[in-house]
Design a protein around this ligand. Sequence first.
Ligand code: CA
Length: 230
Amino acid sequence: MNKGRILVIEDEQKIAEIVKAYLEKDGFHVTVAPTGRKAMSLLKDKYDLIILDLMLPDMDGEDICLAVRKDSDVPIIMLTAKSEEEDRIKGLGIGADDYVVKPFSPRELVARVKAMLRRVKGAKESSSFNKGGLVIDSFRFEVRKSGSPVVLTPTEFRLLQCLAERPGQIFSRLQLVNVILGYDFEGYDRTIDAHIKNIRHKIEEDPRDPSYIKTVYGVGYRFIGQPDED
Ligand code: CA
């Protein structure tokens, strides 16, 4: 039984072994990279999800995250000993989809891995807005802006999909956090803002004058794209 391939980038051998054991027990195929350099060489292969330690001996986890995001939207869960909100937001801002603060329970990590993979696979249809200006293909997991593909991370995709499923409806940041993660956490409002900012830069002509995601001051966000006829 192979539920998916996971790359674990972690220099602390004990943690890597525990994470590997728990994931394998659940049917995942796990590859461990103990250094950034090793990870970079392994990235040629395809993975369904990457677990990335932020602090590696030879490379900064953030640099690996950015390198992965250059040509892949594979879900990334960051492991971090840094618990400062700034660092977490930064992790999500550079394209990580979730993060787990050390020390963590392996069981919780496995639960997050499964939740993330479910979210990635869950979606089905395709919808078009503003006369084809924005197309969200939930089956192929693709977004096109005026016909050109836009690469969103799984979290950005899920956020956009959620907003676009109910045009006009206002979502609070807390609701959006629940949508993408299935639970609340500290600092959620700025996390959502960081994701929305990323999405806008990718899908809007002018992120400062958005045609798709509007900020509702003091409340949250709503999707203002006009659904096209089928
Ligand atoms: Ca480390």
